[in-house]
Design a protein around this ligand. Structure first.
Ligand code: ARG
Length: 564
């Protein structure tokens, strides 16, 4: 039931306006004591030629009160509506009981495709915590859009092409051997890469060798490609271990190398459209009119660039998926890169350039400051996840040593804590890792939400529930219950808002709200020891919370253990 719209109808009938428009003005007061909905009368002042408080007073008299409204109060220029708690609880809880896991789902995206470019780590470099954010936010957006009925294509645009592979080949031939690479994997590749940079500082001619090897790769040289493919396979194997821990998967592993044979046509098209100009031997698209530095398309040595591959990939994706939107998740230090090549697509005459969306996010930091790969001070994602699991295990040993399945639960909670920590603040903020804060079962954390869900599961295990039709909703008129129901009622709206803003934190905050309100409800209201009809009514609240938290956590990419 759309209460806002119903109120819009009632007011619209009096003022002679469309219900949708009127309801779009409706606000939700910050506290329930001020009403459940508030209608501001300012905008009517012009047409009605009266002071807003006077309009509010008149409307209070004239508006036909819908059944679900308990009372209406005038406060200044506002008309405050108080919903009848039992009627409200009935509407929300019946809907959840009926729809179950489908509560919050929508068909609004049916027939539309969203491409999500996320995670996209660089081959032969460690999967460090900087890529965690792209992976976790991208995965949550994927689920959010799917919940709204969109068809999603998840793409891992691996950084698997570029001069760095020339460097790696040079380093491998100078200082590496097959056995170490096979045994140590990325960390050995990383050692070689770091060594290359150290030595190249004294011997800059190594850079030329590296460029030559990359040109060989581009030209299809067998030896160059054999080595590259080998580094690729080794890297993917390690990445997939991390993805498995996070339960993240991709529809396409099409990295930068995938576009190698597709770039020439795009360069030709840029030429044909008179967009390419020469600049010191390189080919660029001039963006001075847009107040941006030029977008580099071809280097002086003939090599292509990151932007060349992104432009080619966008054209390929449009042709292949006919997307309604293609969204890219990277740290905000790539803002300019995306702004530049989005502009190039626009200049090529493609009006769908407006459907390309860069969704930037802040940095991840530990106490040691910004994380980098070049100098080797990196925190590997795999290590971080293992540590999260180990820390969680300690807490479980302490709090609930007899818990069955401890290993599994420690994984679910430890990894859930890392994910939730990443998704709880607006994405543009930096994420700081602190085990103490992330794993606090009483704080605003993933474990807290998971624990609340497990608590709900435990109550439900001990109870025998009747069918929702048999529940006496008049038993649910207390404020704590109303608050839980309100938070549950917001869930479908919050999913839409989170997707529209590319902001999973909108959903994680709603889940936190549900969890906190539920714990208050649970504290105020005895459940299993109450009289049968009260107990049955409250159990329906518990069941609804359990359903919504489980679904919501799944959207964020987290598991919901039934016991912890
Ligand atoms: N590999 C890049 C990096 O690690 C991210 C790629 C993002 N996707 C894209 N289409 N540019 O910085």
């Amino acid at each position: 039931m759309d209460f806002k719209l119903e109120l819009g109808k009632a007011i619209g009938a009096v003022v002679g306006m469309e219900a949708e428009e009127v309801s779009s003005w409706m606000e939700v007061p910050p506290e329930s004591a001020m009403g459940d909905y508030a209608f501001p009368c300012f905008r009517l002042a012009k047409t009605m030629r009266k002071a807003p408080p006077m309009i509010a007073a008149e409307l209070a008299q004239q508006v036909e009160k819908p059944d679900f409204v308990e009372r209406v109060e005038v406060k200044g220029a506002y008309l405050n509506f108080f919903l009848d708690k039992a009627t409200f609880a009935k509407a929300v809880l019946e809907e959840i009981a009926e729809k179950k896991e489908s509560y919050g789902k929508s068909t609004m995206g049916n027939g539309k495709t969203i491409v999500i470019d996320y995670s996209s780590p660089n081959i032969a470099k460690p999967f460090h915590v900087g890529h965690l954010r792209s992976t976790v936010i991208g995965n949550a957006l994927y689920h959010l859009y799917e919940t709204l009925g969109y068809h999603c294509e998840g793409v891992n645009h691996l950084g698997d092409w570029g001069t760095q592979f020339g460097k790696l080949i040079v380093a491998y031939q100078l200082w590496g051997n097959a056995k170490d690479v096979e045994e140590k994997g990325i960390s050995e590749l990383m050692r070689l890469y770091v060594k290359f940079h150290d030595v190249a500082e004294e011997k800059p001619e190594l850079e030329d060798d590296a460029r030559a090897w990359f040109v060989k790769m581009q030209d299809g040289d067998e030896e160059a490609l054999r080595l590259w493919k080998w580094f690729y396979d080794i890297s993917i194997k390690e990445f997939e271990r991390v993805y498995a821990m996070l339960h993240v998967s991709f529809d396409h592993y099409t990295g930068e190398s995938f576009y190698n044979d597709k770039m020439a046509a795009v360069v030709d098209e840029l030429k044909e459209k008179n967009l390419l100009t020469e600049s010191n031997g390189a080919m660029i698209v001039d963006l001075s009119e847009e107040n941006m530095p030029p977008c580099l398309i071809i280097r002086t040595d003939g090599g292509t660039l990151y932007a060349t591959r992104d432009i080619t990939a966008a054209l390929y994706r449009k042709k292949t998926f006919d997307f309604d939107k293609c969204i890219y998740l990277t740290a905000l230090d790539q803002n300019l890169h995306f702004a530049q090549w989005f502009k190039v697509i626009e200049k090529m005459g493609y009006d769908w350039s407006k459907d390309l969306v860069h969704v930037p996010f802040g940095l991840v930091s530990l106490d040691s400051g910004k994380l980098s790969t070049r100098k080797g001070h990196v925190v590997l994602m795999e290590d971080l996840l293992h540590q999260a699991i180990a820390e969680t295990k300690k807490i479980i040993e302490e709090k609930n040593p007899s818990l069955p399945n401890k290993e599994e639960v420690a994984k679910q909670v430890g990894i859930g804590a890392v994910i939730f920590n990443d998704l709880y603040n607006s994405r543009i903020k930096d994420v700081v890792f602190s085990w103490e804060r992330m794993l606090n079962f009483e704080g605003e954390t993933g474990p807290y939400v998971q624990y609340t869900n497990a608590r709900a599961c435990s109550i439900l295990r001990k109870a025998q529930m009747v069918a929702p039709e048999q529940v006496d909703f008049s038993k649910l008129s207390d404020p704590a219950t109303a608050d839980v129901c309100k938070a549950l009622y917001s869930f479908p709206e919050k999913i839409k808002e989170a997707a529209a803003k590319y902001e999973p934190s909108v959903l994680s905050r709603n889940l936190m709200d549900i969890a906190q309100k539920f714990n208050k409800f649970y504290h105020d209201n005895p459940i299993l020891n109450s009289e049968e009809d009260v107990k049955q009514a409250r159990l329906l609240v518990v069941r609804a919370v359990q359903i919504v938290l489980t679904c919501g956590l799944a959207i964020l990419g987290m598991e919901a253990p039934e016991q912890m």
